[in-house]
Structures are given as structure tokens and as C-alpha cells.
Design a protein. Structure first.
Length: 98
């Protein structure tokens, strides 16, 4: 089975508590938004929300988010906007750059 095969199982990935489900969704979102940076920015934000909803430990969230951030690169201006939005949030991930 290839990662692309999981695109048809998106709902299963969303329900899963396995951290690899988040990584798979990040990979699929990255592929689907290759030439759509605004959509990628929104997808990246949505994945962060999912990380927080899963109830992972704070340090695990930070580690997983670092991988998502690395995988889902944004143009500089959108990355800056994304980081500003992240810093304005009240979520645990505020210190994600540690």
C-alpha cells in the first residue's frame, strides 16, 4: 500500500490516535497543495488543531509539529503569517521552536 492510497481513507486517518496518521495527512496535504500555498497554510493549521485534539503529551505535540512544519513548507510571507497566528493562539504549541 502506498501513502497515496490513504487519501481515500482520510476519515480513518482523522479518527486514528496513531501519530503516523497525522504524518500521513501532512504528506497527503503537502502533495494536494503543491501549487496552492494558501490552502497549504490552512491545511497546516488544521493539522495542528488535530494534533492538539488527539490529547498527545505537550512534548510529543511539539516534536510532531516540527516534522509537519518541515514537511509543509510555505513561502516566506505565508510562513511568517502562519507563525504570527500560531503565536497569537493560546495553545500549548506556542513554544514549538524549542
Amino acid at each position: 500500500m502506498k501513502l497515496l492510497d490513504y487519501q481515500a481513507k482520510w476519515q480513518d486517518l482523522e479518527k486514528s490516535t496513531n501519530p503516523f496518521a497525522i504524518m500521513t495527512m501532512a504528506h497527503l496535504t503537502t502533495m494536494m497543495t503543491r501549487n496552492q500555498p494558501q490552502m497549504r497554510q490552512q491545511g497546516k493549521w488544521d493539522l495542528i488543531r488535530k494534533l492538539l485534539e488527539k490529547g498527545y503529551h505537550q512534548e510529543d505535540i511539539r516534536k510532531l509539529f516540527r516534522v509537519v512544519d518541515w514537511m509543509m513548507t510555505l513561502p516566506e510571507e505565508l510562513q511568517q503569517s502562519f507563525e504570527e497566528q500560531l503565536n497569537r493562539s493560546d495553545e500549548v504549541i506556542l513554544e514549538w521552536k524549542k
